[in-house]
Design a protein around this ligand. Structure first.
Ligand code: HEM
Length: 465
């Protein structure tokens, strides 16, 4: 059996090879070619992405069910035990898998070995210790973003602004470029790439996918120029920076994988796309804070206690972000529980194996997802209610809160995302209160997890003291 032969018939033939008790998981392959992708997407567009998961759990009375998603037969794993199984069997029984639409747009995802190496490097680079010296720089960039896009405006549309925010911070951290013009130049192509990640993979002129591929190439070219220049500067000893950015780190480690300029540029694009996820988290935080005045007041109080101790122009420090923003982080976690910025990702079975009595043949895609635990009353009582105190005291049960995934493939940007979200919350509540302009606006899953209409809000600046 090979990966591509993993269809309904091969399930049945494999089933016959094993003992009688072992069965293929229940489920359906849906329509030819598209499978159940449309049902899956429709649930996301309606603002209830968990519906696809919970409807099928109910229908098959099983936390594992078979389907066909993103062009491949797949099995959906649900619940904390399934998350634990997937995350602890990385590179043993399963390995990361991305749909073709994504690997073509973000070439760095297509080479498994390289992406594993990069991930290891990121886990070393994006640690609290290495991020600590950056807090002040990130604060400066965040303040500049607010000054040019939020201050002196009566209303803004939050979600599109977040791409600019994340991109500006990421350019500083990853390539040490602090250039608002470059950010403006890359923001639109980046949007096109992100839109293309969930699209029909039809590469014909003017299709969404085709625009995304062109935009991806454009960004990679821009980054390649920066990489070339940096190489020269490093060789000639003319590159000076108070902090070491990721690009210099990659070049100086001298790993064979990071020799080709365009290869490095592709990896930076992958990271920029990963870091755009912060925008989904921040947008849902803005929406929840608008709807929950008591929560807003507590976040405001916490952030103003930090702001009031600062003299004019004094920047945020590691101590502020790490030790004084506990409630704000609980709010962010609760927002990510209710609105996971990434709903789930795929793995591929490396070998035939049996899980919970079900046969998982080699090559089958496995979709783990955050909603099956985040929105289950078994792990989070009254799961639909926003209650930041869930993250205040006792740690939550393992493998139930998984916005960043888990195991060796857990998001390497987790710590950086936390810092970025908290700096965003600080800059925002310090300046404004706000009201949503479309009270019934939903959070939906489309190309990304986002507010349906981009989240237009009316801003009410705090009176100057
Ligand atoms: C709130 C913000 C973020 C959330 C919720 C998030 C979530 C995730 C999730 C769920 C995964 C997949 C994990 C898995 O399959 O087990 C992932 C992977 C990844 N994330 Fe994030 N992420 C965020 C921010 C970031 C940032 C800021 C970066 C930038 C460094 C980043 C870079 C990546 C990369 C490179 C991967 C792929 C890792 C691999 O190939 O193993 N993410 N993220």
């Amino acid at each position: 059996m090979n990966a591509s032969s993993c269809d309904k018939d091969s399930f049945n033939s494999l089933e016959r090879c094993y003992s009688r008790e072992v069965v293929a998981s229940p489920g359906t392959s849906g329509w030819p070619f598209v499978g159940q992708t449309l049902e899956f997407l429709k649930a996301g567009w309606s603002g209830h992405p968990e519906k696809f998961i919970f409807d099928n759990i109910k229908k098959y009375r099983s936390l594992i069910f078979r389907t066909h998603l993103a062009g491949s037969p797949a099995v959906v794993f649900c619940g904390a035990a399934a998350n634990k199984f997937v995350f602890s069997n990385e590179n043993k029984l399963v390995q990361l898998w991305w749909p073709k639409t994504i690997t073509k747009l973000i070439p760095s995802t297509s080479n498994f070995e390289e992406s594993l190496k990069l991930n290891k490097m990121l886990h070393n680079f994006l640690t609290p210790k290495t991020l600590e010296p950056y807090i002040g720089f990130l604060d400066i960039i965040a303040q500049r973003h607010f000054a040019s896009h939020w201050d002196n405006r009566e209303q803004v549309t939050v979600f599109p602004l977040m791409t600019n925010f994340s991109l500006a911070l990421a350019c500083r951290l990853f390539i040490n470029v602090d250039d608002p013009e470059l950010v403006e130049k890359l923001a639109d192509p980046l949007e096109q790439v992100l839109r293309g990640t969930v699209s029909m993979p039809i590469d014909l002129p003017c299709t969404r996918y085709n625009c995304a591929i062109k935009s991806s190439r454009f960004i990679i070219n821009e980054f390649t120029t920066i990489v070339k220049q940096r190489k020269t500067d490093l060789e000639q000893g003319t590159y000076k920076s108070p902090t070491q950015d990721l690009l210099s780190h990659m070049l100086l480690t001298g790993d064979d994988n990071f020799v080709k300029d365009s290869n490095i540029a592709e990896k930076i694009l992958g990271l920029i796309i990963g870091s755009d996820t912060v925008g989904s988290a921040c947008s849902s935080i803005v929406m929840f804070l608008a709807k929950l005045p008591d929560v807003y007041e507590r976040v405001y109080k916490e952030q103003m206690e930090i702001a009031n101790l600062k003299s004019l122009g004094e920047l945020l420090t590691w101590n502020d972000v790490n030790n004084k923003m506990k409630y704000s982080w609980s709010v962010a976690c609760e927002a990510m529980r209710l609105a996971p910025p990434i709903q789930g990702t795929f793995r591929e079975a490396l070998t035939d194996f049996i899980y919970e009595g079900f046969l998982i043949p080699k090559g089958l895609k496995i979709y783990w997802n955050a909603n099956s635990t985040h929105k289950s009353a078994e792990y989070f009582p009254k799961p639909k209610e926003f209650d930041a105190s869930r993250f205040d005291g006792q740690p939550v049960q393992p493998y139930t809160f998984v916005p960043f995934g888990g195991g060796p493939r857990m998001c390497p940007g987790k710590e950086y995302a936390r810092i970025e979200i908290l700096i965003f919350m600080h800059c925002l509540v310090k300046r404004f209160k706000w009201k949503t302009m479309i009270p019934s606006e939903k959070l939906i899953v489309d190309d990304r997890f986002r507010p349906e209409k981009g989240l237009p809000i009316r801003l009410f600046p705090h009176p100057k003291a």
